[in-house]
Design a protein around this ligand. Structure first.
Ligand code: OSB
Ligand code: MG
Length: 354
């Protein structure tokens, strides 16, 4: 199978969120992403979505840095190339240092393009076996709003709810929420808000019955994560710390965590992510697919990833209308009975409108 890459377009997408996304790191009210459209000489189009934020509060890359690197470095490397397998993009881009989010957006568009060329749903092309993906939602609100928002999402059918925590989170409030909802899985995400001084505060979360605690410490705090894994019974899950295969190897070697969050954007795209999934399967490391407050193109790639065997926990998969008045895909993503059905159409399986 041969694909000649003829056109690569970058399209800016900007929308206000329906309600502010509040974490200890940042308050997000408006979201800007770059939609990537890669076309082949025969007129097929593959899509990726660059999910860096406008400022470097979550990862080092930004919308502006990604646009610069894509326009000036990555697109010139790829344009006009004859590609036989989507796996060729990762080594082609490896001469460029870092900039994984920029690379991922283009690389993922090429994977979509190949799936369309093969007339296969992307989830089938990568070896997915599941037909419906369990949904999960994030409540990122002020403490006064959390109880009400959790009840509202459970009412909507979500059976996995992620709550943002800090060293000053009201434990009694959280304990009440978890114990009132015994059929719901609760994840707690700290986005690195704890440190050595607040270690004892973290331990208070061990008694609540959480499914996992996500990224309690900073991304390079391997020792503290290993200490948390030793001293606590709640599984420790790494998100920000995991940027490549070597980070996962380190987590395993240093026993610094039990579970990882897969974010293809941060990992540089499909190739690296599939290597990581394989490694985690071999070492029985739990995995789930994380969100980035993204639009439907990124979500569609993530749904395809979540279809793989070994992705053991529900990811950040909410309805299109959770964040957006209007998503950029058709049909929009809809949670039914706590699950999202995978599309049977080729590629990411959704039409893109922008
Ligand atoms: O830490 O998981 C995170 C959103 C933006 C940046 C970081 C994170 C998040 C989320 C996922 O919590 C929200 C979602 O897209 O469903
Ligand atoms: Mg996280």
């Amino acid at each position: 199978m041969v694909v000649t890459i003829s056109e690569i377009d970058l399209i800016s997408i900007k929308q206000p969120l329906k309600q502010p996304f509040k974490t200890s790191l940042q308050r997000v009210e408006e979201r800007e992403v770059i939609l990537v459209k890669v076309q082949s000489s025969e007129g097929l189009a593959g899509y990726g979505e660059c999910v860096a934020f406008s400022t470097p509060w979550y990862t080092e890359e930004t919308v502006a840095s990604c646009r610069f690197v894509m326009e000036n470095v990555l697109i010139p490397l790829l344009k006009g190339k004859v590609v036989e397998r989507p796996e060729e993009i990762h080594p082609l881009f490896s001469r460029v240092k870092g900039n994984r989010m920029a690379k991922a957006a283009i690389e993922m568009a090429v994977w979509d393009l190949f799936a369309k060329k093969k007339e296969l749903p992307l989830w089938q092309m990568v070896g997915g076996t599941r037909e419906a993906i369990p949904a999960g939602v994030v409540v990122a609100a002020d403490e006064t709003e959390i109880s009400e928002q959790v009840e509202a999402v459970i009412e909507k059918g979500y059976s996995r709810v992620k709550i943002k925590i800090t060293p000053t989170t009201n434990i009694e409030l959280l304990t009440g929420i978890v114990s009132r909802n015994p059929d719901t899985l609760f994840f707690a995400d700290a986005n690195g808000a704890f440190d050595e001084q607040s270690f004892e505060q973290l331990k208070r979360f061990d008694q609540i019955g959480l499914t996992l605690i996500e990224q309690p410490f900073g991304e390079q705090e391997w020792h503290l994560h290993a200490r948390a894994k030793r001293e606590m019974k709640t599984p420790i899950c790494l998100d920000e710390s995991i940027t490549c295969l070597e980070d996962v190897e380190r987590m395993i070697d240093e026993q610094a965590g039990d579970i990882i969050v897969l974010k293809m954007a941060r990992l540089g795209g499909w190739s690296e992510t599939l290597r990581i999934v394989e490694l985690c399967r071999q070492h029985s490391v739990g995995m789930w697919v994380g969100g980035m407050i993204e639009f439907g193109v990124s979500k569609a790639h993530n749904l395809a990833l979540a279809a793989l065997p070994g992705i053991s926990l529900p990811g950040d998969f909410s309805d299109s209308d959770h964040f957006w008045r209007q998503d950029i895909i058709e049909p929009e993503i809809k949670v039914r009975n706590g699950k999202i059905a995978l599309s049977e159409k080729p590629g990411i399986g959704y039409a893109v409108r922008y």
